[in-house]
Design a protein. Structure first.
Length: 463
């Protein structure tokens, strides 16, 4: 081979080899960031993602810093775990084989530099019941080292498995901040599945307030990213909350979202919100909550807003008042009698409620500031107590209570828009029931408002 060609051949081979080395380097460098930077899979007892498993099997742990080395060793075992019930045995094998695992558990002073592998050790120790010493070690690890861990100290797979461990150990208050942080490290569809798993744990663990919050988060995330929601899981959760007497918590959380996202009304779990409580006679309950909470104003297309109610309503302050009309109505099924004073609303009542006769018993008007209490007598020592809690130009939030003397027999919060209507059904007497139809109007203290007060007084005299 001529010298010139020999030199060209050597250079060509060198370039090819350096190109291969560069390709390996390009694959290897970002691969070391897989574990702390992203979680491409939802909650499960093991590592299932193909790319992550490939990284774990092809990476030499000895080339990594000590904490990363130990994390790779732990996650390798989690990738090979045959079943969830085998996790205690997986940890036993790691304990016997790796001195650094024994050392890091025996030396709390070394914990600071090993947080990622420590939370994965906590998962292995506590994900399923193990031997007494494993359960005891897991709780000591949590109480002495992990209890004060901040969500910002974890990311990727360490955050993933630690959040799952907290859920499995019913540490729901501690789990929520880590669960919220997990959204930044995974895809939207994966995160919704994680929230759904968390919801099942919350329902099983009796954390009903958290369950309501998780239902809200699932609906919020799904609506924002235009995803199909896990309908059956949400329906199961809402039925469980209903049986526990906590359906009102879900209604309070979801009604504003349903109002802003009409597409949610197509889901069967949302339709459950419209069902009455499984209540015994004598209990008060909200009727047709979602439908009744919507704005109920009939206007011709293109007609201007009612200036009497919209003037000066761009901001709400301490001087703002809420005008509230309360109609006490007796409804029944024995006749088709319709009180003439209800003729304008009877169609709405019949669509929302399954009664054929309606009689107006009483009609009252209240004008209340935020925090101011309004009281309306009902019957037999019962009275209605209404307290506006917040008011914006769009939505008023009101606390509603039915009192019997000093005893509260019904309590809820409602959110309503200008001229929004909420109907509350009361105790049955034979085939009849007492209804409270509450209509709200936002208004501002002004000369115009004083004029409307005089109109209200005229209406009161008529009734």
């Amino acid at each position: 081979m001529k010298p010139t060609f020999r030199i060209m051949y050597i250079l060509t081979v060198a370039l090819v080899l350096s190109g291969c080395a560069g390709l390996q380097g390009n694959e290897g460098s970002p691969a070391t960031e897989i574990l702390p930077e992203t979680v491409p899979e939802s909650f499960h007892f093991k590592v299932r993602d193909a790319a992550t498993r490939r990284y774990l099997t092809t990476t030499d742990p000895n080339t990594l810093p000590p904490d990363r080395r130990l994390e790779v060793i732990l996650l390798r075992e989690l990738a090979m775990a045959p079943a969830e019930k085998e996790l205690p045995k997986v940890f036993d094998r790691l304990w016997e084989k790796h001195e650094e695992i024994r050392e890091v558990l025996r030396r709390p002073d070394r914990a600071e530099g090993y947080m990622r592998p420590l939370v994965e050790i906590y998962y292995l120790l506590s994900a399923v019941p193990g031997s007494h010493w494993q359960d005891e070690t897991a709780e000591q690890l949590y109480q002495h080292t992990l209890r004060h861990l901040e969500p910002t100290e974890l990311s990727g797979y360490a955050l993933h498995f630690y959040t799952l461990a907290l859920l499995k150990n019913s540490k729901f208050d501690a789990a929520l901040p880590f669960l919220l942080r997990l959204e930044h490290y995974t895809l939207p569809q994966v995160y919704v599945r994680d929230l759904t798993v968390a919801l099942a744990h919350a329902i099983d663990g009796g954390a009903l307030q958290l369950a309501c919050h998780l239902i809200f988060l699932i609906c919020q995330k799904g609506s924002k990213d235009h995803m199909e929601l896990p309908e059956e899981e949400l329906k199961t959760a809402i039925i469980a909350l209903k049986k526990a007497g906590k359906l009102e918590l879900v209604r309070e959380a979801l009604v504003p979202m349903v109002r802003n996202n009409p597409g949610l009304q197509n889901y069967s779990f949302v339709k459950l919100l419209n069902e009455p409580h499984d209540s015994a006679p004598g209990e008060w309950q909200i009727k047709g909550y979602v439908a009744a909470a919507e704005k109920n104003v009939s206007k011709a297309p293109g007609s201007p807003p009612d200036k009497r109610w919209t003037a000066n309503s761009r901001s709400a302050n301490k001087e703002s008042k809420l005008r509230i009309e309360v109609q006490v109505i007796k409804a029944g099924r024995q006749s088709n009698y319709i009180d003439p004073s209800l003729s304008g609303i009877v169609q709405n009542l019949q669509e929302t409620l399954s009664f054929s006769s309606f009689s107006l018993v009483n009609r009252k008007f209240l004008h209340l500031r935020i925090g101011e209490k309004g009281v309306i007598p009902l019957y037999g020592g019962h009275f209605l107590r209404i307290i506006p809690r917040s008011l914006t130009p769009e939505i008023a939030r009101i606390e509603i209570s039915i009192m019997e003397g000093n005893r509260e027999v019904f309590h809820t919060f409602i959110e309503t828009v200008d001229r929004g209507v909420t109907t509350i059904g009361g105790p049955r007497s034979g085939d009849e029931v007492l209804l409270l139809r509450i209509t709200t109007f936002t208004l501002k203290i002004s000369a115009g408002w004083r004029h409307t007060c005089s109109e209200d007084n005229a209406e009161k005299k008529k009734t």
